[in-house]
Write a protein that binds this ligand. Sequence first.
Ligand SMILES: Nc1ncnc2c1ncn2[C@@H]1O[C@H](COP(=O)(O)OP(=O)(O)O)[C@@H](O)[C@H]1O
Ligand SMILES: [Mg+2]
Length: 348
Amino acid sequence: MTQVNLLQLSKAYSSADTYAVHNLTLEIASGQITALLGPSGCGKTTTLKMIAGLLRPTQGDITFDGQSVLGIPAERRGAVMVFQNYLLFPYMSVGENVGFGLKMRGVDQQTIRRKVAEILDLVKLSGFEDRRPKQLSGGQQQRVALARALIVEPKVLLLDEPLSNLDAHLRDEMRELILNIQRQLRITTIFVTHDQEEAVVLADKIALMFDGELQQFDRPNAFYKRPISVRAARFFGGVNFVDGVKRGERVETPLGIFHVNRQEIPDGPVVITIRPENLKLGEEGENAIQGRIRSHVYLGTHARFKVEAGQWHLEVVAEASSVEQFHDGEILSLKFPRENIWLVPTEK
Ligand SMILES: Nc1ncnc2c1ncn2[C@@H]1O[C@H](COP(=O)(O)OP(=O)(O)O)[C@@H](O)[C@H]1O
Ligand SMILES: [Mg+2]
């Protein structure tokens, strides 16, 4: 079990460059799965490589269980990285690929063979020892790469976009496999993804990064319920934002006054956010406004409506049968239940 701390970690690839990672401070709990999530180029792989010891930070520190690891070279650090494109040795068999780390450590042949068999069983590739990487599917190569990393019993497992090169069906399988293995071994796991859904289903905690900086570090559901900014909310599929001015538990907006629950955000300009599934079409009462249905799509299990209110276009997710009840062009009431309203600061 290893806790990983990043302390004001920064990386600039050259002195002329802007920071690829800037002032990143994170406490990554022992034995959990943490996702580094963010759009392409936000510094996720750079962060992972610094933890692995493959890149030297420009500033800041990395500790494993409170001890700085910056002076420890990659091969002795105990953090192994599985790359996005697997990087298997093409001329080695699967068995040789997986056993490589043990061979480098001078472990005897018999032990290597036994451990390779064990670990291949764990990744569900028993009997594949003699194949070459090119005789495997992408998903299988991915599992070989994972086995190769796990066999050295690392303290920290680092996975770079583990699911993004796989098609949807294999992705589900791999997701299950990673979760199962992680639960069995309880190895501190950090994985990188640009896909919010992948982060939500796999991670205990998510570090959302934009432009090399940490935006929010939280449990998955917090990004839906309590996003820290409009940008964070948008990254998690948030679409409804109404500008207003907060005074205590009231927010004045061009759509009317909304009553909100107490929240730690200063009075003044704010943005009201609410998830599409929490807006109530056709309901009256507190925080109900008038809107006109612009369009809708029927999605079998539910329906999605676009509702125009003043200068805003709001999206509402409602139950499937609501398409029989509500019609395009109709003007009706739309309720913002106070417990589902979340306020974020206005972006500069
Ligand atoms: N070897 C490198 N030399 C210079 N700049 C790099 C290098 N690798 C990555 N970068 C830059 O650093 C930033 C972060 O990259 P990266 O960590 O790969 O992002 P992500 O993995 O989130 O897509 C990007 O602007 C990228 O262009
Ligand atoms: Mg990357």
